[in-house]
Design a protein around this ligand. Structure first.
Ligand code: HXC
Length: 519
């Protein structure tokens, strides 16, 4: 071969690799409303930034007819590129090649870029679309998965790991995404389950569709496995780009602070009247969030799961923060098992990557009942408590209205190393609400009153007395349990000044192998 031939040969080989599983398979992928592995990378990354690795890697298996089925690249596209100019590593499983099934070499390609991402200290993004372990390769494929899992575990809390699920993700294959920080699923075209509908039917007799068992709707609303349900793949990929705006490249860096066009001193009069007159009346906490943050931009995670608590990212004068907020509009903002684990996971995510936490409190307490107790509300609630107490990032808590009982302690209170704890004048910080308190304290006395009218009057009087005494922020303020009672309209400004002051905050956990948090 002369020099020109060699170059032509290289270009041909590249062309062959880029063709994946071939024209027909690509057409079939498109017909299902799915992009190919390479198209996804192109949409995700900055234009022209992708550098591909291992384009010429092929599998080494000759069993079950695989000798004749060699595809350069072996079903996964790997490499690095940039998102908004910042380096990211990416792998994208190619369903057009042997159903995106994972071989020994396929796994090695993924591991190579995971190792690179760790050395460089840059996020890794995995796009999943695969029939699982390559059946012909047997245990080598299982070993390949385990190699990836081990790297996911080592990378956890060091570099952000984001998983997109844009097709099948079944069996043990689900565990790599599950080990990462965020899972995004495309609606109707993706599914995740440990065992599919066929095995489910033969083992348990349950008849259930793929979508019902492991579709995006199920995992973003019922199981909480996935954080985002994207209408289509393009939206899913844009969510990844957006998410990275709030995260540092690795745990040794701070999240990127950007210029803000929204005035830090912007006061919002609407906040002075947003709390309804009656204490048990609902309002939408998202209205408060959108009013407070820069340019009304809030990237909500887990939007459809445990809606009684809200978590997500926003910026205050360009400073990225994680927001945790009770939602009075849904189950009165009560804390239940799902809300606890949702918020605990988010607090730890923020803390791993040095993202300050702003907590907005309006919580009537923990959800009572056998379902909650049997569901382990004790352990689930402890998770949230643990996460707040362990977190060393700046923590600012604003109590808008209710902050009752154990839920008060759990929602970023002062003694769990809250840095700045503010309350609005409408705050009610107490052991429990007036009705429950009077029932316990005055139940016997009330019981002695035979006249119904007089009894009601007595109870109402006692409730009013209790409310006056306890259902306000000033008892807590008197004891220094909150730092200040603030005018609601000034909340944005007070949070921003707090974040700026706390930017150099240092806090530690004692040296230990790791904590034994209640899991
Ligand atoms: C090898 C596979 C494959 C696999 C699909 N293919 N899955 N090849 N190993 N796991 C191949 C098919 O033979 C076919 O090849 C091509 O990919 C496309 O597959 P189709 O079946 O035609 O596509 P579709 O109808 O869309 O169905 C997709 C599918 C189905 C639902 C994913 O292929 C399927 O059920 N595959 C098996 C899934 C599975 O049981 N995997 C193992 C799970 S256990 P040709 O040559 O015809 O194009 C597991 C353990 C991991 O993953 C453990 C980790 C700890």
């Amino acid at each position: 071969m002369d020099k020109d031939d060699k170059i032509r040969h290289l270009l041909d080989m590249r062309e062959q690799a880029r063709a994946g599983g071939g024209k027909k398979k690509i057409e079939s992928q498109h017909a299902r409303g799915k992009f190919t592995a390479r198209e996804r990378i192109e949409i995700l990354l900055d234009d022209g930034s992708f550098e591909e690795y291992d384009m010429f890697v092929t599998h080494r298996c000759s069993d079950f007819g695989l000798a004749g089925k060699i595809f350069p690249g072996d079903g996964v596209v790997t490499g690095h590129g940039t998102i908004d100019g910042r380096v990211v590593f990416v792998y994208s499983q190619d369903f057009t090649v042997l159903g995106g099934s994972l071989s020994e070499t396929f796994a090695k390609k993924i591991c190579k870029i995971m190792d690179q991402a760790m050395k460089v200290g840059a996020p890794i993004i995995g796009i999943n679309d695969s029939g699982g372990a390559r059946i012909q390769e047997g245990v080598l494929s299982l070993a390949g998965y385990a190699e990836i899992f081990q790297r996911n575990i080592m990378a956890s809390g060091v570099i952000p790991q984001i998983s997109a699920i844009f097709g099948p993700c079944a069996g043990g294959a689900v565990y790599s995404p599950a080990l990462t920080d965020v899972i995004i699923m495309s609606d109707k075209t993706s599914y995740m389950f440990v065992t599919g509908p066929k095995v489910t039917k033969s083992v348990t007799g349950e008849v259930i569709s793929t979508e019902e068992l492991g579709g995006a709707a199920v995992h973003t609303s019922r199981s909480g496995v996935a954080h985002f349900r994207a209408e289509d793949e393009e939206e899913g990929l844009m969510i990844i780009r957006k998410l990275l705006e709030y995260l540092p490249q690795n745990n040794l860096e701070d999240p990127p602070v950007t210029e803000s066009t929204d005035a830090p001193e912007r006061a919002d009069d609407i906040l002075n009247t947003i709390i309804p007159a009656r204490s048990n009346q609902a309002y939408d906490m998202k209205d408060v969030i959108y009013t407070l943050v820069d340019n009304k931009e809030f990237l909500e995670m887990h939007r459809h799961f445990a809606r009684n608590i809200i978590v997500g990212f926003a910026k205050f004068s360009g400073i990225p923060v994680g927001i945790v907020a009770n939602q009075p509009n849904y189950l009165a903002g009560v804390i239940d098992t799902d809300a606890s684990r949702k918020a605990a996971r988010f607090v730890r995510f923020c803390d791993s990557f040095n993202v300050p936490i702003v907590t907005l409190v309006d919580v009537p307490g923990f959800m009572p009942g056998s379902a909650q107790e049997y569901g382990g509300i004790i352990i689930q609630g402890a998770k949230l408590l643990f996460a707040y107490g362990e977190a060393t990032v700046p923590k600012i808590t604003v109590t808008l209205r209710k902050s009752y009982g154990g839920a008060h302690d759990v929602m970023g209170c002062k003694q769990l190393r809250g840095d700045l704890n503010y309350a609005w004048p409408s705050a009610e910080i107490a052991v429990m609400g007036a009705q429950a308190a009077v029932e316990i304290l005055e139940g016997k006395n009330a019981g002695k009153i035979t006249d119904a009218e007089e009894k009601t009057r007595y109870i109402t009087e006692k409730e009013m007395e209790y409310n006056e005494k306890f259902a306000n922020p000033y008892v807590a303020a008197r004891f220094g349990l909150i730092d200040d009672v603030i005018e609601p309209r000034n909340t944005r400004f007070r949070i921003i000044r707090g974040l700026q002051t706390l930017a150099t905050k240092k806090d530690l956990v004692p040296p230990k192998k790791h904590s034994n948090m209640p899991l």
